[in-house]
Design a protein around this ligand. Structure first.
Ligand code: BJW
Ligand code: ZN
Length: 232
């Protein structure tokens, strides 16, 4: 990493776990006995928009009160230390931007925005009136501006990320279970481009056999340690 000029980082829910935000899978991913991954679908929203909005409002509230943790701040420092840096996050919680990261791309949208199902306009969540469902001035139902299963990820984000990754020196993959595509393809794409890959996670994942190094431990401890070593 000391010789790396161009650093790519992919983050997932695990990086925000130490800020008190539940991850998606495992026991953490349960809300009122619903599995988080079953709620993050267009089908769930069509079937029961009240339920899905209730879950998002609960998460928005939790996230609004959460603060970035040492892992988020370490990535800010890593960006400042590197010549070229890109952070691709699957998280919708804004915590990287809150911490001060500058070059951030959101792959799965942002929980603080709404999108109109009728006219497609995007707005801040603060402008939405829940009575109980929020509507656009055009009359259309508003949904969270996030990417659910089966939906296309933002094309411009994906192409920008791959363009950067293609000529990066190192890719850090932190706090993701590596089961959701296309983010799960990043380690393999990186390897094919000759980029060194480092995974940071509490446990081994399906991407562990692909990466060059797997570091097991909490992101809030490992990332600051890496940055500390790089500073000296
Ligand atoms: C720590 C820690 C600590 C804890 N320190 N670590 C190819 C093959 C198979 C399936 C597919 C495929 N292509 C597409 C699919 C379908 C689908 C998919 O991948 N399904 C799989 C589950 C099988 N993918 C899609 O549908 C995607 N769309 C797509 O591909 O479109 C194609 C298309 C093209 C053209 C037209 C139409 C379609 C979209 C995926 C969208 C995912 N959306 C969600 C919700 C976002 C909104 C919201 O937040 O509400 O994104 S689901 C959820 O999973 C969320 C996350 O970003 C994402 C990934 O989860 P993540 O971040 O990895 O979290 P966890 O909980 O899984 O893991 C946490 C990890 O942290 C664990 O490993 C812990 O150990 C670790 N950890 N504490 C370090 N302190
Ligand atoms: Zn509208």
């Amino acid at each position: 990493m000391k010789d790396s000029k161009k650093i790519f980082v992919l983050t997932g829910a695990g990086i925000s776990a130490e800020s008190g935000i539940p991850t998606f899978r495992g026991k953490d991913g349960l809300w009122k006995n619903y599995s988080a991954t079953d709620l993050a679908t267009p089908e769930a929203f069509n079937r029961n928009p009240e339920l899905v909005w209730e879950w998002y409002r609960w998460r928005q509230d939790l996230i609004t009160r959460a603060k970035p943790n040492p892992a988020h701040f370490a990535l800010v420092e890593l960006e400042n230390l590197s010549e070229s840096f890109l952070l691709l996050t699957q998280n919708v919680d804004n915590l990287h931007q809150c911490a001060g990261s500058k070059n951030v791309l959101e792959l799965h949208g942002n929980i603080f925005r709404t999108r109109c199902l009728k006219c497609g306009s995007i707005d801040k969540i603060d402008n939405a009136v829940f009575k109980p469902l929020p509507h656009c001035p055009c009359g259309g139902l508003l949904r969270p501006d996030v990417v659910w299963f089966g939906e296309a990820i933002p094309y411009d984000v994906w192409t920008k990320a791959l363009k950067f990754l293609n000529s990066a020196d190192v890719a850090i993959i932190c706090g993701t279970s590596g089961v959701v595509w296309p983010a799960a393809a990043i380690p393999e794409i990186a390897k094919n481009c000759g980029v060194k890959t480092i995974e940071i996670n509490l446990e081994l994942t399906p991407i562990s056999p692909i990466v060059d190094i797997s570091i097991l431990g909490p992101a809030g401890k490992i990332l600051p340690e890496i940055v500390k070593l790089l500073r000296h």
